[in-house]
Design a binder for this molecule. Structure first.
Ligand code: NG1
Ligand code: ZN
Length: 550
């Protein structure tokens, strides 16, 4: 009794041959999805299309698939899945992603059926998947492979083409909230954000054109294109000089947020005068850092920690004015500068929580508070408002009995909520929020920078044979294996003042990351180097032993 129509599984089987897996290749769904050289990713994309289709059936919602490798070099690419409310896919499904990705060609159907069975997925349920990509040359073909995966399970994929990562997250949430969060189009995104931004800047009426001026390094990526698109919506309330817009330079090469943060120097290709406010996006525009050169030519970086401080201070002040009793907390990782943590806890009296590296951990922790501000030091971050907090703000803004000061604060808070992309860190949204806060508070970038002074720090990488030999605890601040490593780090840290150091295996690169801070830059550099040597010797370093930093 053969069925003459092709079954779904036969179709998957047939199409998968066109996206065949190199035998023996093993890849992990890491802190930011799959990420490696683009040449190794075609089968991964097809399979993530399949998995997104299953996730859509399971959740009866739209799921997102973003093709990007963020701040990695142009020859890399990657993919991550977006859950219905616009957040990172839930951990159990990261495991399925790894399973599907590593099934050899002949085992793919069995792996797929395993997921279907374990999750009891109703295969007659409809499928809706939103797909976006960054500007890498490889993204075009790879996003086609995702679409192929979706359609071979009979699903409908909506291809948004070139979008920033946070725009796709935003649109997934809009779609699954039936428009409550906004309209699921790129224009809908510009409209929502620009409206809120223009409302906020009305509270800073006398700004000069100079004060509205911002230098932006687009990392030669998608953020540059999308900023150009958004500019007309901002009605000259922000006046941008855009550099590294992708017209000639290479993606993330000597520019972009990661370069500026890790190298602690300005990007190539930006003409900065003393005191001018500048910012850099990363390659998919979900990170932002600010910086300026002072009149002595000294470079000053304002990273995710400074951003979190500015935003949480602003929110706390507004809540006070509004008389709203809502708790503001800041979520950081071990990479947060010690001075920022100190300032937030001691001076600002806000709750600070430290979690493991990776956006999903920060996002999750931030959800536990009325208002959770989360930022990685590298500039990825946003603010989450609980439903109760949003309702309290809205109610007060409409309350006929509230006094003018309270009402005005509530309206400012309302527009702040609308300006923030609550799904994920968003360079465009964060930039507008920072610009609005500086305008309303009448702060220059130097005054913002002076809120607290960073401890000098240094980040390094060490190559080891297998980075999984390093296991950590206490939000990655201590290594539990290999034996002797933590003791070695403790002994080195003791040699310096105001010092701290930790190591952890990277989730996106085949390296061990080393972080150190101390009272002077020389000491931070020396400590980072000494810890690198300890990692090299105790954790199976490969290649040459790390050389001193200078
Ligand atoms: P890994 O490679 O796991 O350190 C890096 C960043 C993370 C996060 C991810 C995703 C640092 C030290 N690490 O992760 O914070 O942003 O990339 O892009 O910045
Ligand atoms: Zn990114």
């Amino acid at each position: 009794m053969g069925d003459y129509r092709m079954t779904q599984f036969e179709k998957v089987s047939q199409r998968s041959v066109q996206h065949s897996k190199p035998a023996g290749l093993v890849l992990q769904y890491g802190t930011a999805g799959f990420r490696t050289n683009a040449k190794q990713l075609d089968h991964i994309m097809f399979r993530m299309g399949l998995l997104a289709a299953l996730r859509s059936k399971k959740t009866k919602s739209t799921i997102g698939v973003m093709v990007t490798a963020s701040h990695n070099p142009e020859e890399d690419n990657g993919v991550k899945l977006i859950d219905p409310m616009g957040e990172m896919v839930t951990p159990a499904w990261e495991e399925y992603a790894t399973l599907l990705a590593n099934a050899e060609q002949e085992g793919l159907l069995a792996a797929l059926k395993d997921v279907i069975e374990t999750e009891a997925i109703n295969m007659s349920q409809d499928v809706s998947v939103f797909i976006g990509k960054d500007t890498r040359p490889s993204s075009e073909g790879l996003s086609q492979a995702v679409l192929d995966g979706v359609s071979s399970l009979g699903g409908h994929g909506h291809d948004y083409g070139l979008v920033t990562t946070p725009q796709l997250h935003f649109m997934v949430r809009c779609q699954n909230t039936q428009g409550c969060y906004g309209t699921a189009t790129v224009d809908g995104y510009y409209q929502k954000l620009s409206k809120a931004y223009i409302q906020l800047t009305k509270h800073a009426p006398n700004r000069t054109d100079d004060q509205k001026h911002l230098l932006v390094d687009g990392a030669n990526g998608i953020g540059a294109l999308k900023l150009r698109e958004m500019e007309p919506f901002l009605q000259k309330e922000l006046q941008v000089s855009l550099f590294n817009d992708g017209s000639s330079g290479k993606l993330n090469f000597q520019c972009g947020a990661d370069y500026v943060k890790v190298q602690q120097r300005p990007p190539q290709g930006v003409q900065m005068s003393a005191g001018e406010r500048c910012c850099s996006f990363d390659g998919d525009a979900d990170r932002i850092v600010y910086y300026y050169n002072d009149s002595a030519g000294q470079f000053h970086l304002l990273d995710g920690d400074k951003i979190a401080t500015l935003i949480s201070t602003f929110l706390k002040e507004l809540l006070n004015q509004a008389g709203l009793d809502l708790q503001v907390a800041v979520v950081q990782t071990a990479y947060a500068n010690g001075s920022s943590t100190n300032y937030l806890e001691e001076t600002m009296k806000v709750t600070v929580r430290c979690v493991k590296t990776g956006v999903k951990h920060l996002h999750h922790a931030a959800q536990e508070f009325d208002i959770g501000v989360y930022f990685e030091a590298n500039g990825h971050g946003t603010v989450l408002f609980s439903k109760a907090a949003e309702e309290a703000i809205q109610q007060l803004a409409l309350d006929p009995n509230a006094n003018d000061e309270k009402k005005s604060a509530a309206r400012l808070l309302e527009n702040t909520v609308n300006l923030i992309n609550q799904t994920v860190g968003d360079a465009l949204s964060d930039m507008l929020l920072i610009e609005a806060v500086l305008a309303i508070k009448g702060l220059t970038i130097q005054q913002w920078d002076a809120i607290y002074t960073d401890l000098p720090s240094r980040q390094l990488k060490v190559k080891v044979a297998d980075r999984r030999v390093i296991d950590t605890t206490d939000a990655e601040r201590r290594a539990v294996s290999p034996a002797g490593l933590q003791e070695a780090i403790d002994a080195l840290v003791k040699k310096y003042k105001m010092s701290r150091a930790f190591v952890r295996p990277s989730g996106t690169e085949d390296v061990v990351r080393v972080y150190a801070e101390a009272d002077t830059q020389e000491n931070a550099d020396a400590l980072a180097h000494e810890v690198s040597v300890a990692v090299y010797r105790i954790a199976g370093g490969v290649g040459e032993e790390p050389k001193p930093f200078h």
